[in-house]
Design a protein around this ligand. Structure first.
Ligand code: KG4
Ligand code: ZN
Length: 339
């Protein structure tokens, strides 16, 4: 059978990325140009700056991905691109580049849902993983438990009712003066502290839902810090980071295991930037093993935004004949399952 080569493009937030993936699962190149240093001084992503930087970087990044893969643009079988959800100005840059290439090269265009991309990152290194499985998707903008029924069929079983897990990590890191992006800094700082030093709240809903809520936890941590500050008392940054991280991870693991048990599905996967968290990976693995489930996760570089995951998701759309036309537009609030 002839190999299918997909060029993937991702610009939904602050990473400009292009990748070449063979037959959906084999990464040939994956170039990720992060703008983190640019946004750091503002404590978060500034959409206008992100769009401008994407414009500057998109063509060099695509060229580098093709060069590293040792192929010419006209050797790709299709072009996969994130068209939502994300920052509209940022999405438009990658989408316009993808449409222009598809038109100029007369190649099929495949629009990809960003979260479907994150989920697909699991296929790149776990060659044996196939649907169905339960995937916990936790990123800067999303926290949801997804039943991956097939490569292109998703059912959301639970989701955050307020902040995303990554957003909570970023806000608490800022309050602790750790910097941006907060997730990796909390992960690192937590190793120096005691995770049972402060008992922060874990929100459970009594309607049996698998939803999450992190805003109460965030407020509890901020109140804790403010109270100590007013009393002029010192605290251990390590203890607060570790106790906060433990509260987030406990609830993420608990609800994911519950979802697997209630559906009778034996495979669990992690996806999204927060899936790079070392405690989440270890605790989910332990809970999965204890309950007889298999556990999968991508390596950290494939957890955060990258185009290889987009090319992988595009492959599974492309082989079932689903392509997009050149009227494809960016949809900032695109829902999973709508694409
Ligand atoms: O998936 P992603 O790169 O972008 C979105 O689609 O949102 O996720 C970024 C989020 C940020 O909130 C970042 O703080 C978080 O993932 N993150 C982590 C870790 N690495 C990245 N959170 C916790 N622990 C980590 N090691
Ligand atoms: Zn993402």
């Amino acid at each position: 059978m002839k190999d299918i080569i997909i060029l993937g493009i991702e610009t939904s937030c602050d990473e400009t990325s292009a990748a070449v993936v063979k037959n959906g699962r084999h990464v040939i190149s994956n170039i990720i140009s992060s703008q983190v240093d640019l946004h750091k001084k503002y404590g978060g992503v500034v959409p206008e700056i992100a769009s401008r930087k994407h414009v500057e970087l998109i063509l060099p990044v695509i060229n580098q991905a093709l060069e590293e893969a040792g192929i010419k643009a006209d050797q790709v079988d299709a072009i996969g691109v994130t068209y939502g959800p994300g920052l509209v100005g940022a999405l438009l840059v990658g989408l316009s580049a993808a449409k222009a290439l598809a038109f100029a090269l007369d190649k099929p265009l495949v629009g990809v849902h960003h979260i479907a991309g994150h989920i697909s990152a699991n296929y790149l290194e776990n060659k044996e993983l196939e649907p169905p499985y339960i995937c916990l998707v936790v990123s800067g903008g999303h926290s949801e438990i997804v039943h991956v029924k097939d490569y292109n069929t998703f059912e959301t079983l639970g989701q955050t009712r307020d902040d995303a897990a990554g957003e909570a990590f970023d806000k608490i890191a800022r309050a602790l003066g750790l910097g941006y992006p907060g997730g990796p800094l909390i992960d690192k700082t937590a190793r120096t502290g005691n995770s049972s030093a402060v008992n922060f709240p874990r929100v459970h809903f009594n309607d049996g839902s698998l939803d999450f809520s992190f805003s109460g936890l965030k407020t509890a941590v901020l109140n804790y810090l403010n109270t100590l500050e007013q009393k002029n008392e010192s605290f251990s940054i390590g203890d607060v980071a570790a106790s906060f991280q433990q509260a987030v991870v406990d609830i993420l693991v608990e609800n994911t295991i519950k979802a697997a048990k209630s559906t009778g599905i034996k495979n669990i996967a992690l996806a999204g930037g927060v899936a790079a968290n070392s405690l989440l990976r270890a605790q989910m693995k332990a809970a999965a093993t204890e309950n007889g489930f298999n556990m999968y996760y991508p390596s950290p570089v494939l957890c955060t935004d990258n185009a290889a995951m987009i090319a992988c998701a595009a492959y599974y759309e492309f082989i079932r004949g689903k392509t997009s036309d050149l009227t494809l537009n960016a949809i900032p609030g695109l829902k999973l399952g709508e694409n």
